[in-house]
Ligand binder design. Structure first.
Ligand code: SF4
Ligand code: SF4
Length: 429
């Protein structure tokens, strides 16, 4: 008896154009999958130097945006994503393109409350917020400078309705939307009346331990400020048993100059007894600045160049972050570091990975080689280019689910592909 055809899910039926755009991702992933050998697809990407991480969590916690961002970048082929409400977005992406590679989900913690990634802005006197604290004639530079639309100031009339608009009778109500604020700090210096302050926090190790034990969390990112190993040691000891369940431990750190490699080696010594999976060093150039423009990427490139000049770094992959944007790949290429290969443990032995240009098969990469720079994490810039589309979607029906708007999903996916594609080497349409 002939099988009765199963009608496609409504979601699949309405996303033909999205599936066509994502077909480059799936065919490219399938080809790379055949070359991955025994490694998980994500680790194979790090070895080739085409790993892409989406940072949509850390301090940015707007669940609806995080869900939609995860959905779009999963379709675009990202390898890892810092968790928020991320799994739902990945599930929806997989329901549209069943063959899409499921990214690793990563949670983020800090060892030091001075870490800029773990702070929020708030209005002074927030508990008894007095709207008249913001003078009526203030031009609201805080609202304009915020890249996350995290400051909302509504105008309200003093003493009820007035028949004619009179600025002297208008006050501002509202404040910082905590879940959208990711602590970039740009609103702090622009307030002429010092009405905004930053509040730092530290992720509770107990909560982190519980998250790590979930089977939908694959990796952890530990932010350290480079101001000493004591706090890292304490955090690591608190996490040590649960850390065994993750596939990847990433340590995010700034370039602290000549002592950077010694610091990394000290951190590695602390981690080594409990490190069972892969490890990665996130070279954090200029934190939370990728959306600003071309110049923002300089510091992470110079961090990469610094690490490339060192022969005594600890084991682990290197990945760029902090100021990364659409200019990062070009800058890496100019520095001779885009997918340049090395033998782990001897970083002087680098040579340019030219298989794409010379027609050499990637499978000819020997088992001991890996990319000097394993990949790139995109945060503020990745959110900005998708946010432009998300903000266009009518919100009259409440929380936006981008998959309910296939045209906008296609637009957002094309933006995501323009960022992820140059790293992955997707064929252009
Ligand atoms: S710290 Fe940054 S994200 Fe937070 S409210 Fe200020 S400008 Fe917006
Ligand atoms: S917080 Fe400062 S910059 Fe923003 S509206 Fe109030 S007074 Fe103006």
């Amino acid at each position: 008896m002939a099988a009765v055809p199963v009608p496609p899910l409504p979601l699949l039926a309405s996303h033909a154009a999205v599936r066509a755009a994502a077909s480059r991702v799936v065919s490219s992933s399938a080809k790379r999958g055949r070359l991955a050998g025994d490694h998980p697809a994500q680790v194979a990407a790090l070895r080739r130097g085409d790993w892409v991480k989406l940072i949509c969590g850390a301090s940015f916690e707007d669940a609806a945006d995080v869900r939609n961002l995860s959905l779009v970048y999963t379709l675009a082929g990202a390898d890892a994503s810092v968790v928020g409400a991320v799994n739902e977005g990945i599930d929806v992406a997989a329901s549209i393109i069943p063959a899409v590679e499921r990214p690793w989900v990563m949670i983020s913690v800090n060892d030091d409350s001075r870490d800029l990634h773990f702070r929020k802005a708030e209005f002074v006197h927030v508990l008894e917020f007095d709207p008249e604290d913001c003078p009526p004639n203030c031009s609201k530079p805080c609202e304009k400078v915020c890249p996350a639309d995290a400051i909302s100031l509504e105008s309200a009339m003093v003493g009820g309705e007035l028949s004619q608009y009179d600025p002297s009778h208008v006050k501002s109500e509202g404040g910082v939307i905590t879940e959208r604020c990711y602590g970039c700090g740009r609103c702090l210096p622009v307030c002429p009346y010092d009405r905004i302050r930053a509040v730092s926090y530290i992720r509770d190790p107990t909560t982190t331990t519980e998250l790590l034990r979930r089977n939908d969390v694959d990796a952890i990112e530990i932010h350290t400020t480079g101001k000493g190993t004591g706090m890292f040691n304490t955090l690591w000891n608190n996490l040590s048993e649960s850390i065994n369940s993750v596939k990847l431990v990433a340590v995010s750190l700034p370039d602290i100059g000549v002592s950077t490699v010694d610091f990394m080696n000290s951190i590695y010594e602390i981690m080594e007894p409990h490190l069972q999976g892969y490890n990665l060093w996130q070279l954090d150039g200029r934190p939370m600045s990728g959306d600003i423009g071309r110049g923002a990427t300089r510091e992470t490139i110079s961090f990469a160049v610094h690490m490339a000049s060192m022969s005594d770094g600890p084991p682990g992959f290197y990945q760029l972050a902090g100021g990364t944007n659409s200019h990062t790949i070009d800058s890496l290429k100019k520095a001779g570091l885009f997918q340049s290969m090395t033998f782990p443990g001897n970083l002087f032995l680098t040579f340019l990975f030219l298989f794409r240009h010379l027609g050499t098969a990637a499978s000819e990469m020997t088992g001991s080689q890996q990319a000097l720079i394993g990949g790139i994490a995109y945060g503020g810039y990745a959110r900005k280019i998708i946010g432009r589309t998300l903000r266009k979607i009518p919100t009259q029906f409440g929380c936006v689910r981008i998959e309910d708007h296939p045209d906008y999903l296609l637009e957002a996916l094309q933006e995501a592909l323009s960022l992820v594609g140059p790293v992955k080497g997707y064929p252009t349409l």
